[in-house]
Design a protein around this ligand. Structure first.
Ligand SMILES: Cc1ncc(COP(=O)(O)O)c(C=O)c1O
Length: 301
């Protein structure tokens, strides 16, 4: 698969003599874009190999992973069941663009409370699921497991070995783990966490053997799916300047962080940086509904 490499032109980059290229994995597919395609690829093959007809996975109201799994199920003929965080969404999911589209793509939903959601991988809960929907192949929340990481290792192509730094957004850590595993010995990988907390480094260590990486935990803007006015203005500015759309949960924070590090002089002159754009743009419509209700500026699409 050939993925576009887009050279970014900004006066900041010229001033600091740093080259910034974006790997546009977001353009792979409107629903199974970026890391979602990579993470699902080997899991779908495994589910089919093991003879499963149903995929079960978990997610919240704006989950890119739910959107991608629903579409992948439709494409491969597998039944999909989404365990959704928040019982309150049951009556109103049709007005949530992510869930409405997933439903259109054939996903069945089971809405559970936030407390139950925390306990979603307990043997008791999984058994009760099996009793009600039959045998299933379980794809974890965010899609991260060994097969997903194997898929994410394929994000880097041969020419990507020439960049000094590789940057990507981090949720559960599967994507950055794949990139670390596929990186060259002299390359450095920086993951930008979209969630609050320091647990990620420990999780990622379970999946990688190299130590040429770091996770930045200072660009989460308050945590997962928190809406910051500063971030929204950055997303709109970045799109106007470069033509590259980003989302407020993952990739907006990533690009904000990368440009901030460049501003601070973190990268020495002559450095080349490859930023992997992992998609997530399907969530923007839902975010804009919230912003509109709050009478805040919208994300320009
Ligand atoms: C668009 C996008 N980028 C990045 C990530 C982070 O990926 P990971 O959970 O593998 O760290 C996600 C979430 O899974 C995502 O949806």
């Amino acid at each position: 698969m050939s993925v576009i490499h887009q050279q970014v032109k900004l006066s900041l980059l010229k001033d600091k003599q740093v080259s910034l290229v974006v790997k546009r994995e977001d353009l792979i597919h409107p629903f199974i874009s970026g890391n979602k395609f990579r993470k699902l690829k080997y899991n779908l093959l495994e589910a089919q190999k093991q003879g499963y007809h149903t995929l079960v996975t978990f997610g919240g109201a704006y989950s890119n992973h739910i959107a991608a799994t629903a579409y992948a199920g439709k494409e491969t003929g597998l039944r999909t069941v989404g365990i959704i965080r928040g019982e309150e969404l049951k009556g109103g999911y049709k007005s949530n663009p992510t869930l409405a589209q997933a439903r259109k793509n054939g996903m069945e939903f089971i809405f559970i409370s936030r407390d139950q959601f925390r306990d979603k991988t307990s043997p008791i809960f999984l058994q009760s699921l099996q009793d009600s929907i039959g045998e299933f192949y379980l794809v974890p929340e965010g899609g991260t497991n060994d097969l997903a990481i194997k898929g994410c290792e394929e994000i880097l192509g041969e020419s990507d070995i020439n960049y000094d730094y590789l940057c990507c957004s981090v949720g559960t850590g599967g994507t950055v783990a794949g990139i670390i595993n596929a990186s060259g010995a002299t390359q450095k990988v920086i993951g930008f966490a979209s969630l609050k907390g320091d647990f990620l480094t420990k999780d990622i260590r379970n999946f990688v053997t190299k130590d040429n990486w770091e996770i930045r935990t200072d660009y989460h803007f308050g945590g997962y799916a928190k809406i910051s006015g500063e971030l929204i203005s950055f997303i709109n500015w970045f799109k106007r300047e470069t033509g590259i759309p980003t989302d407020p949960i993952y990739t907006g924070k990533l690009f904000y962080g990368v440009l901030d590090l460049i501003k601070q002089g973190y990268f020495k002159p002559g450095t080349s940086i490859l930023v992997v754009h992992t998609g997530g743009l399907q969530g923007v419509e839902g975010m804009n509904i919230i912003l509109k209700k709050r009478q805040q500026p919208l994300i320009e699409v």
